[in-house]
Design a protein around this ligand. Structure first.
Ligand code: ZN
Length: 388
């Protein structure tokens, strides 16, 4: 310890307090055990810290300058400082870093409430074209008795005597660096700086109460399974009657017996008899709009015509542009109709006779099965139609 303390910190003998602080900060960043655990470096850190402890204290510095022992007053006992974190030391000496240790005054009793989530099951048509629903919502709401401040009517919160309204109290620990002062939330008022001596009986001083209410929700056209509709400030009212969080309504779309939704497209399969597929026909089929209530159906097409051309193969599909689901951001998907040709079963004698005659006319009495690879085959098209 015979080395010159000014040299240790790398400052001039007439350096001011600020320069000394900056010099130590620079060295501490480099030498602190949390940064560099090497034993030699730790030893160096202790020596530098000792120099700082002396030179940062005007009385000790003056004593040192006069050639005296700056620790004569019994301040000693350093060398055991590893229990203090780098952040503690930086805070204690340099006035705190963001996110580390107090110094910010009392926290507010009033806080924003949490978001709430409820699930809502809707029909496919409701999801596609929009719907207005009445929901029961169970959240915290503002306490009407105290209007959120938590104090019984006629009373008021009072300043906490333990922390004098600061919300935090200083804890002082001794270390080889001298005293390390940290601020901690006041236990008496939970860091709020004030105490409610006579809490509102309705809400026990919380400023909010739980309540079930009805809420009308407009679900926009085009929502899909899993979409969350955000209702601003319809969530939980915060502590102290703070602003409400948002309410999210998560949409579950019930399966539909005819249509399957894929993105904004609708898919369905229409089964036609073998004869109709061979001869061709026109079918009139209900659209998804047909599911809507009478008033919502107004002005919408509830049917569509599907032309089954003569010779239609099982698995072939038709795309009806713009007959799918409206997109949330505009536009509309397609309706994709796959045709499944139904082979007749349980033929009576006359039907069987006719079919055998047809087979004979077409030379199909002994059909050799054909398997062809590639997309031209019936198998390929069937795969396309059902693997969508
Ligand atoms: Zn209240």
């Amino acid at each position: 310890m015979s080395q010159d303390l000014y040299e240790l910190l790398g400052v001039a003998r007439d350096a001011d307090a600020d320069t000394i602080k900056k010099a130590y900060r620079r060295l501490a960043r480099k030498l602190h055990p949390d940064v560099n655990p090497d034993p030699e470096t730790q030893e160096q850190f202790k020596v530098v810290s000792h120099a700082y402890e002396v030179l940062s204290d005007p009385q000790k510095r003056a004593a040192y300058d006069r050639g005296g022992d700056p620790f004569a007053g019994g301040a000693g006992g350093f060398g055991a400082g590893a229990g203090f974190s780098f952040t503690d030391i930086m805070d204690a000496f340099f006035g705190g870093q963001p996110g580390a240790g107090g110094g910010r005054g009392p926290r507010s009793r009033v806080q924003r409430g949490q978001d709430a989530l409820i699930r809502l099951e809707v029909e496919l048509a409701e999801a596609a074209f929009g719907v207005t629903r009445e929901l029961k919502v169970d959240t915290a709401v503002l306490c009407e008795t105290c209007h959120g401040d938590g104090a019984a009517p006629g009373s008021k919160p009072v300043t906490c005597e333990t922390c004098h309204g600061q919300g935090e109290v200083a804890h002082v620990q001794r270390s080889f660096l001298g005293e390390i002062r940290t601020l901690r939330p006041c236990a008496a008022c939970r860091g709020l700086g004030s105490i409610i001596p006579d809490p509102c009986r309705e809400c026990s001083g919380e400023g909010r109460v739980r309540s079930r209410r009805n809420l009308t929700v407009k679900i926009p056209a085009g929502v899909d399974d899993g979409v969350r509709v955000q209702l601003a400030e319809q969530g939980e009212v915060g502590p102290g009657g703070g602003p409400a969080g948002d309410l999210y309504v998560e949409i579950r779309v019930a399966p539909h017996e005819t249509f399957v939704r894929q993105g904004n497209d609708l898919h369905c399969t229409v089964t036609v008899p073998m004869s109709a597929a061979a001869l061709g026909t026109t079918l009139t089929l209900p659209t998804l709009e047909a599911d809507l209530d009478e008033e919502d159906r107004e002005g919408k097409e509830t049917e569509f015509e599907l032309e089954v051309r003569p010779g239609t193969q099982s698995g072939s599909q038709q795309v009806l542009r713009g007959r799918g689901v409206p997109g949330l951001r505009g536009g509309r998907g397609d309706l994709v109709v796959a045709v499944a040709v139904e082979t007749p079963t349980r033929l009576d004698a006359r039907q069987e006779e006719l079919l055998r005659e047809l087979a004979a006319l077409r030379g199909e009495e002994n059909p050799g099965g054909q398997v062809r690879p590639g997309s031209k085959s019936v198998f390929g098209r069937l795969r396309d139609a059902f693997n969508h």
